[in-house]
Design a protein around this ligand. Sequence first.
Ligand SMILES: [Zn+2]
Ligand SMILES: [Zn+2]
Length: 311
Amino acid sequence: MRLSFDHDLVEAAYLALGPRRDPAREAIYEIGDPSARDAAFCYHVSEWFRAAGLEKRVRDAFAEWPMVIGACQEAVVRRVKNPADEMAELFRGGEGVARVGVGIRSARIADGTFVGFLRHELCHIHDMIDPAFGYPGPGAAGAGIEGSLHRERYGLLWDIVIDGRLGRRFPEDGGFAAALGRHQKALERGFGFLPEAEREGLFAALAAEDAPHHDRLWEIASDPRRRGAESGARMPGGACPVCGFTTFEWAESEAVAGAAKAIATEFPEWSSEEGCCGRCAELYAAVAGASVPATVLLPTRGGRATWGRVA
Ligand SMILES: [Zn+2]
Ligand SMILES: [Zn+2]
């Protein structure tokens, strides 16, 4: 597997960790020809990146996932600025040729958190490739609003089975246990419709799971009980009967009315007296307007991928 780094990332790492005084770099300023000078700078920081052992540490992180290495011809690690863009994506070309793209903030190189980050992200890619996980092919997952809401919950469940496994595999890294703590809080919000004991049991089972399967996670993510619980009550912190997420912002009845037709199309058993959260009202009103596909409004990850991740 060919591994390459975005020059931006290497340079940011150099600026953060490189030597304060670097006579070899200063000498490069003497080169008159601008493109030769740029090339020399580029070469200089790449050499530093290698000599500082950073390239090897990234390569070692990939080496922990033989299935990923075996399936992918190429991995490209590039710099992103927004934490929401930090993720690994799998691109499948024809004839089983696959590539991995990893977006990472340069601060992670500087503070060393890139190792734990890569372990988590590459575990996603490993699962996508592993036939035992059963990740669906292109276009298989739900594409509408309903699918997108399931995807958010699915992503959370997937993260739990990932960080649980990583915590056992790399016990010296406390980051995975900390992440599990955050996921448990998120599970309380996203699965507020489940009885507390069931939710705790679900969390414990997922965190201990060593052989997760896509279908099972998707089934939990699309639990039909998310409707109904506390519906009609419109309590702050209650579950929205449409998306199932805890909400503190119930939609005003006018907004519900504007979205009702579109909601009823997807949820025939829903009635406008049940209400919905502000976010659902906005989304479904936009669908009713029909000029923008609903999925465009939803937070998505990795929309560029020819075969992006479900979550
Ligand atoms: Zn994740
Ligand atoms: Zn909602």
